[in-house]
Design a protein around this ligand. Structure first.
Ligand code: PLP
Length: 359
C-alpha cells in the first residue's frame, strides 16, 4: 500500500532524499564516516555546508546583501531573537495577528518591547488575512512582523505587504520554498525546517546585512545574528545532519525545476482538495477563499461524531496524520512540496467514499 503522510510537521520528506541518505548513512562519499560522525569544521562537512547555502541562495534568488544562517531553536527561538536583534534602539514593533503562531510571536516580543498589533483577524476566529489597507502601521516601528502562512488555521497571504522603509519580517516556517518569493521585499525571513525543508532541529534565517549588529543588551552571544553570520553559523556546532538532509532537498528541488515548478504543483494540489471541499455539504473549510493556504488545509465533518471513524478509515487506506491541531479540532491535510498530487487525489477519493458509506 502506498503511504501518504499529511503531517503538519515534522512532515513528509521526498522518498529519493531518504533513500540517498540511507545509502550514504554509514560512509559519506568514501570518507569512511557518517555525516553524523564528522567534525563540522572538517573539509567534508565544510563542503556540504557551502553547497547547501549556495543551493538555497540559488533556489530563492537571495540577493548578496543578505546573510543565510543555519541555526537551532526552531521558529520559537526566533520569536525572541527577532526583537533582541531588530529593535535597534526603537521602542516598539508592529505585529499582524492572524492566528496561533503570530500570537506566540507577539507574546514573546512583549518581553522585550512594546508591541503594536497593527491588524488582527481574531474577530472572526482567525479565518481570514486582514487586508493590507486595514493595517494600522506605525512609521516609527522597528519592524513589521507577520506570518505569511498560519499552519494551524490554514490562512495564507498570497501577496507581500509593502511596509515602506520599515523592515518586513516573515515567519515562513510552513510555506518557504512553496513558491518563488522576492527576498528583497523582506528585512528578515525565518523558517523552522521541519515543515517544508527537512528534519527538525534546523532553523533557517535570511537577514539583510544592515539590520545586524545592534543587539539589545543582555542578548546571549549565540542569539546575535551578526555573531552567527561572522562565524558562518559555526560559532558553535550547527545541526549538521539536518543541514545535510536540507541540502539534499535543495538539490532535488533544483533538479525538479525550482520553485516555479513547485508553485504550479502546489496550486494544482490545493485546487483539487478545495474544489472537492466546496462541492460537498459533508465537509467544511472555514477560511475565506482568497486567503486559503496551499500548504495546510483544515476541514471539519458536518457530523463531528464521525471524526474518529474518518481518521481510522483514512489510516487503513495509508492516509496518515490527518487529525487537526488539538486547539482547533477537526482534520488538517498538510500538502508540502514532498506530497505528490496522487496523495491528494487518494485523499479526495477516500473522502468521497466515506460520504457514500455514511449514506
Ligand atoms: C511550526 C511553526 C512554528 C514553531 O516552530 P518550532 O520549530 O516548533 O519552534 C512557528 N511558526 C509557524 C508558522 C509554524 O508553522
Amino acid at each position: 500500500m502506498t503511504i501518504y503522510n499529511f503531517s503538519a510537521g515534522p512532515a513528509v520528506l521526498p522518498k529519493s532524499v531518504l533513500t540517498q541518505a540511507r545509502d550514504e548513512m554509514l560512509d559519506w562519499h568514501g570518507s569512511g564516516m557518517s555525516i553524523m560522525e564528522m567534525s563540522h569544521r572538517g573539509k567534508e562537512f565544510t563542503a556540504i555546508a557551502q553547497q547547501t547555502e549556495a543551493d538555497l541562495r540559488e533556489l530563492l534568488a537571495i540577493p548578496d546583501n543578505y546573510k543565510v544562517l543555519f541555526l537551532q531553536g526552531g521558529a520559537t527561538a526566533q520569536f525572541a531573537m527577532i526583537p533582541m536583534n531588530l529593535l535597534r534602539g526603537k521602542a516598539s514593533a508592529d505585529y499582524i495577528d492572524t492566528g496561533i503562531w503570530s500570537e506566540k510571536a507577539i507574546k514573546e516580543a512583549r518581553r522585550y518591547s512594546t508591541v503594536n498589533v497593527a491588524a488582527s483577524s481574531a474577530d472572526k476566529a482567525y479565518t481570514y488575512a486582514p487586508a493590507f489597507a486595514d493595517w494600522q502601521l506605525n512609521s516609527d516601528a522597528a519592524y513589521v512582523h507577520y506570518t505569511p502562512n498560519e499552519t494551524i488555521g490554514g490562512v495564507e497571504f498570497h501577496r507581500i505587504p509593502d511596509t515602506g522603509d520599515v523592515p518586513l519580517v516573515a515567519d515562513m516556517s510552513s510555506n518557504i520554498l512553496s513558491k518563488p518569493i522576492d527576498v528583497s521585499r523582506f528585512g528578515l525571513i525565518y523558517a523552522g525546517a521541519q515543515k517544508n525543508i527537512g528534519p527538525a532541529g534546523l532553523t533557517i534565517v535570511i537577514v539583510r546585512e544592515d539590520l545586524m549588529g545592534q543587539v539589545l543588551s543582555g542578548t546571549p552571544t549565540l542569539y546575535d545574528y551578526k555573531v552567527q553570520a561572522d562565524n558562518h553559523s559555526m560559532y558553535n556546532t550547527p545541526p549538521t545532519y539536518a543541514m545535510y538532509i536540507a541540502g539534499l532537498v535543495f538539490q532535488l528541488l533544483k533538479r525538479e525545476g525550482g520553485l516555479a515548478t513547485m508553485e504550479q504543483a502546489n496550486i494544482a494540489k490545493a485546487k483539487l482538495l478545495y474544489d472537492y471541499l466546496d462541492s460537498s455539504d459533508f465537509y467544511h473549510n472555514p477560511v475565506a477563499p482568497e486567503n486559503r493556504s496551499r500548504m495546510n488545509v483544515p476541514f471539519t465533518l458536518s457530523n463531528p461524531a464521525l471524526d474518529a471513524a474518518f481518521l481510522q478509515g483514512a489510516q487503513q487506506q495509508g492516509l496518515l496524520q490527518l487529525k487537526g491541531h488539538a486547539l482547533v479540532g477537526g482534520m488538517r491535510a498538510s500538502m508540502y512540496n514532498a506530497m505528490p498530487f496522487e496523495g491528494v487525489q487518494a485523499l479526495v477519493d477516500y473522502m468521497q467514499d466515506f460520504v457514500i458509506k455514511q449514506g
